[in-house]
Write a protein that binds this ligand. Structure first.
Ligand SMILES: Nc1ncnc2c1ncn2[C@@H]1O[C@H](COP(=O)(O)OP(=O)(O)OP(=O)(O)O)[C@@H](O)[C@H]1O
Ligand SMILES: [Mg+2]
Length: 350
């Protein structure tokens, strides 16, 4: 596909808001996520890469070729945004084939390509429907098929699933990662969700107030945040890896080694998952029988609570325990944890 080099791209809007300079490189086939709060400059950065916003300075290279001044349609980019403008009065088929027709494809080749894409995205049964006859999730699949139609070298995804309900969003996130790896397409994904970024990215670039404050693999960011912003934004919850081992009373049972954590969601038994658990959703159980087994690694006093690091089957989680309880524990203690199922964010891993 393509290797992307963003060198010091910057943009200043008339009202004085300034984005960049942005420096970021993507390896061929890599999926990098721009993660940051609302207004941090994610969309602006993506639109500069796509060519829809002309930067005030800096350069953009695709495989060493400078494309900074190249118009968007000549950049071999596929893009999907949050609310995609599909043509409402056309069929799904026509929406996908539109770009091919414009590019001058023969009708037969175009039909074959649309069939191939609709197979890949499981929308074959929708090809004859009009856009107002399909659901939001199906619409985003159509948008993705359309973005991939001309075999782009770079895929840009700007919160493509954020308007969908959480379960569908998680499902599509997993699918997009699987597809991205299968096609080996270099991809920039935009989200403000830490858990989403963790589940699907090779690397993450964290943005704050218009600049990238740290770039790294999910683990690097989590384990070595270089500044307070990253520590707070990423460190909101501990990240654990596990596997769905069962389902009971409407909750998933997720195995972390021999331990089991309950979470809300609909993921098939046997799937690997990433969990994010917030420190305030963990309590140390008074009971000696029920709970998730863990051992205390460290106890650090903070304002109003103790930050207790716990080892669950070799994975580290942070818990914030109110002062009167927190003071009872010392490293080496074996404890049982209660983890609120509503505080566990779970995403299928691919
Ligand atoms: N055309 C514009 N004119 C003036 N300011 C703009 C323009 N486009 C974006 N901005 C400003 O630039 C900043 C970054 O906007 P941007 O859309 O890139 O953020 P974002 O990280 O994508 O946020 P969100 O998560 O809300 O989509 C914001 O302060 C925004 O108000
Ligand atoms: Mg945005």
């Amino acid at each position: 596909m393509v290797r992307v080099e963003i060198n010091g791209l910057r943009k200043k809007f008339p009202d004085g808001t300034s984005i960049g300079p942005i420096d970021l490189s993507l390896e061929d086939g890599e999926m990098v996520t721009l993660l940051g709060p609302s207004g941090s400059g994610k969309t602006t950065t993506l639109r500069m890469v796509a060519g829809f916003i002309r930067p005030d300075g800096g350069s953009l290279l695709f495989d060493k070729t400078d494309v900074t001044g190249v118009p968007p349609r000549e950049r071999k980019i596929g893009m999907v945004v949050q609310s995609v403008a599909l043509f409402p009065n056309m069929s799904v088929f026509q929406n996908i084939s539109f770009a091919l027709d414009v590019a001058g494809w023969e009708h037969e080749a175009s039909v074959t390509r649309v069939e191939e894409l609709s197979e890949m995205l499981s929308i074959k049964n929708l090809l004859n429907r009009r856009i107002d006859e399909i659901s939001g999730g199906e619409g985003q699949r159509v948008a993705l098929a359309r973005a991939l139609a001309l075999d782009p070298e770079l895929l840009l995804l700007d919160e493509p699933f954020s308007a969908l309900d959480p379960q569908l969003r998680r499902h599509l996130q997993g699918e997009i990662r699987e597809l991205q790896q299968k096609l080996g397409i270099t991809t920039i994904y935009v989200t403000h969700s830490q858990s989403e970024a963790f589940a699907i990215s090779d690397r993450i670039a964290v943005l704050n107030e218009g600049t990238i404050v740290q770039t790294g693999t999910p683990n690097e960011l989590y384990e070595n945040p270089e500044n307070e912003f990253v520590a707070k934004f990423i460190g909101g919850g501990s990240i654990l890896r596990g596997k769905v081992v069962g389902e009971s009373r409407g909750l998933l049972e997720i195995g972390i080694g021999n331990a089991t954590i309950n979470a809300e969601g609909t993921i098939a038994v046997g799937k690997n998952v990433t969990l994010s658990v917030k420190p305030e959703d963990i309590t140390i159980s008074e009971s000696t029988r029920i709970g998730v087994q863990a051992s205390v690694v460290s106890v650090t006093p903070q304002v109003g609570h103790y930050r207790i690091m716990l080892d669950i089957q070799g994975q580290l989680v942070a818990a914030d325990i109110p002062n009167q309880d927190g003071m009872k524990y010392t490293p080496g203690n074996e404890v049982l944890l209660e983890i609120s199922s509503t505080g566990v964010d779970v995403i299928e891993e691919r």
